[in-house]
Design a protein around this ligand. Structure first.
Ligand SMILES: [Zn+2]
Length: 252
């Protein structure tokens, strides 16, 4: 993305935010927000810039630990809404499945303005998702892209079983490469949890590969260490997120 277009996008965001702020706040609460504890305010640009991709990964891990233990941070969302009206400086982009049982912000003990969350059944990427992630990182400054798959995924299971219905058929075609990529001699059905889990992980890894292959913007950010691209699996029964070990990057 060219610098001038990036500036234009930033300007567009700023204009929208300014308009919203003028209507919503009257007297800005930005200064007040700075004085509030974390539970009542939102990430500032200065704080976003000070974070490293590794630090963000660590924060997501410790946040998930609190989610699993039932010790989520108590947040004042009313105050956070007003504080966030003056701008957004999220630390990460999460690409999650549509599944209603995965409250993404809560899963990482994050509040308003902390995360960009893109959701589509089966957490795959396409051009629209790529554009959204590029906006989140290149324009809005997020430094982490997390592809979050999960166990017992209906989209993955439906793909394995060859389900067909309306537009769901073409949507599941995006997950089919993951099914085909898994070498497995046992029963290749969704009722075989071992096979389904392998497909789920393969789907996350293929999505990461897709991003690297099809987004020069994000690839450049990753290669230069300005963002981290990671995969993870959410475990339904515990709420625990297991981060995948990196593998060698594909040929460019
Ligand atoms: Zn799912």
């Amino acid at each position: 993305m060219q610098n001038n277009s990036t500036t234009t996008l930033r300007g567009f965001v700023a204009l929208c935010v300014f308009s919203a702020t003028a209507v919503t706040l009257g007297q800005s609460t930005a200064q007040e927000a700075q004085l509030l504890p974390r539970s009542k305010r939102v990430l500032t640009q200065k704080e976003q810039q000070a974070l490293t991709p590794q630090k963000i990964l660590d924060l997501l891990k410790t946040g998930n630990q609190r989610f699993v233990e039932g010790t989520l941070t108590r947040r004042n969302h009313s105050r956070q809404i007003r504080a966030a009206a003056s701008g957004q400086f999220p630390k990460a982009v999460i690409l999650s499945c549509l599944d209603a049982r995965i409250p993404v912000e809560d899963v990482f003990d994050c509040g308003i303005g902390d995360l960009f969350v893109a959701r589509v059944a089966g957490n795959f990427a396409n051009t629209d998702i790529l554009g959204s992630i590029e906006f989140g990182c290149k324009v809005a400054g997020a430094k982490m892209v997390l592809i979050l798959g999960h166990g017992s995924c209906g989209a993955v299971n439906a793909t394995i079983d060859g389900a067909e219905l309306g537009n769901i058929t073409s949507m599941l075609a995006n997950i089919r490469p993951a099914v085909d990529s898994v070498r497995y001699d046992g029963e290749r059905t969704s009722s075989n949890a071992e096979f389904a889990d392998k497909v789920t992980e393969a789907n996350v890894r293929l999505t990461m590969n897709y991003i690297r292959k099809n987004s020069p913007v994000l690839r450049d950010l990753e290669d230069s260490g300005r963002i981290k691209l990671v995969g993870a699996i959410y475990e339904m029964k515990s709420g625990k997120v297991s981060f995948l070990k990196p593998v060698a990057k594909p040929e460019k």
